[in-house]
Design a protein around this ligand. Structure first.
Ligand SMILES: [Zn+2]
Length: 411
């Protein structure tokens, strides 16, 4: 082995079992037992078997993992983390028997959150979101994607994106931002969705360059048509922004296929995805982001076609879809468990869904998602005997240490 990295390390963890999640390995979870992992300048500098390492726990900056498991830092690649208010009273009404349509007629639904979000300034949005972000971090999240989409005006969409950027400075978490101005038709454009899409394409997307890392659209009967989403994607492409889509959640409008035509990073939800959509995603390398929290919360029965996605080799990520209406959960491990019990993923696929494939869904696959030399030193030290425990158990605290950019951060 090369001795060089061990002569100039910032920190080293020894006597660790690594779930590298590296797909090049034929071993489940890319496991490397009894290894050392070395960090230098925030990056993973070396991974070596203990038998070839001369580090001892008495040396400065050497941490004895004592047989604990280390996984890559977890990535929640689909959240609506920033919002005003909450919709628990509305959910209560639904649980007491009111339909979603009746709730919406009484002023509930996405537009209730839009009103509450528009009413807050940027600092108030940051303050509202921060407890949720801290809770995600405490569960092992080191990178989170945050969407706009509750502003629906130029000023309010940009305000949400700025709040998302500020959150990255308030917590030891990497934030990836997504413009979701095409989330719902704002009330002032009721009956004129094409005019609102004009605003999104001509003003909001150009103004979001530098603030948004990607552009998303909600392709659904209750939101925007395939043609309207195509216009949003064309505008995003013209401004050099990659695209993602909310598609095939409640019906099949061919949104995933459209997104694949634009080489989308991901297509998300996908309960009603058909074979043509699967084939298009496989051909374009688009990640399928599964969101079991919304499926569970809405009491849906149509499941995403996991077996056919697997057969086609489409990478599957798992995310929380944290939002006040249909997935008000800060519970990454519960999402991983639901992806297995509700959708049929294996625990290893589920863990890949919050690491390697989630990184790819954000266009960050070269930097994050596996324990590999040269990648960011974001990783988690767990008190477990096998990685399956992270997915099969829920609620048992197992996270010993959270490492972000090579620094250990309080759990
Ligand atoms: Zn969503």
């Amino acid at each position: 082995m090369s001795k060089t990295p061990f002569n100039s390390y910032d920190r080293a963890w020894i006597n660790a079992n690594l779930a590298t999640m590296d797909c090049a390995s034929p071993i489940p979870y890319g496991a490397l037992c009894d290894h050392a992992i070395v960090v230098h300048e925030g990056k993973i500098a070396a991974i070596e078997p203990m038998s070839s390492v001369s580090l001892d726990p008495k040396m400065p900056h050497v941490i004895d993992a004592r047989g604990a498991w280390i996984t890559p830092g977890w990535i929640d690649c689909h959240t609506h983390l920033i919002y005003g208010g909450n919709r628990c009273r509305e959910i209560e009404s639904r649980l007491k028997g009111q339909s979603y349509v009746e709730v919406a007629r009484q002023g509930g639904g996405i537009l209730a959150t839009v009103r509450a979000t528009q009413a807050l300034n940027e600092s108030q949005l940051v303050a509202a979101a921060l407890p949720r972000l801290h809770a995600l971090a405490a569960e092992g999240i080191t990178t989170v994607e945050i969407k706009s989409g509750y502003g629906l005006t130029l000023v309010d969409e940009l305000k949400m994106l700025r709040a998302a950027r500020r959150l990255a400075q308030e917590a030891a978490v990497r934030v990836s931002t997504t413009l979701l101005a095409a989330h719902a038709v704002p009330p002032e454009y009721a009956g004129r969705p094409d005019e609102y899409i004009d605003l999104v394409c001509r003003e909001i997307i150009p103004a979001s360059v530098g603030l948004a890392d990607a552009v998303d659209a909600f392709c659904e009967k209750i939101a925007f048509t395939r043609e309207q989403c195509a216009r949003v994607f064309a505008a995003a492409r013209a401004h050099g922004l990659p695209v993602r889509i909310h598609a095939e959640q409640l019906s099949n409008l061919g949104g995933a296929q459209l997104a694949a035509e634009f080489a989308a990073l991901s297509a998300d939800h996908l309960e009603y995805l058909d074979q043509a959509g699967i084939d298009a995603m496989a051909a374009s390398g688009t990640v399928a982001v599964l969101l079991p929290g919304a499926f569970y919360s809405l009491g849906e029965t149509q499941k995403p076609p996991v077996a056919r996605l697997r057969a086609a080799g489409v990478p599957m990520a798992v995310a929380g879809d944290l939002n006040p209406g249909t997935s008000p959960f800060v519970a990454p491990r519960l999402m991983l468990n639901m992806a297995c019990t509700l959708f049929g993923l294996t625990p290893e696929e589920s863990l890949a869904g919050v690491t390697r494939h989630a990184a790819r869904a954000l266009g960050l696959g070269d930097l994050l998602g596996t324990l590999s030399v040269g990648k960011e030193a974001d990783f988690l030290v767990w008190e477990i005997e096998h990685p399956a425990e992270l997915v099969c158990e829920f609620g048992v605290p197992r996270l010993r240490q959270r490492v972000f950019q090579g620094r250990d951060v309080r759990v």
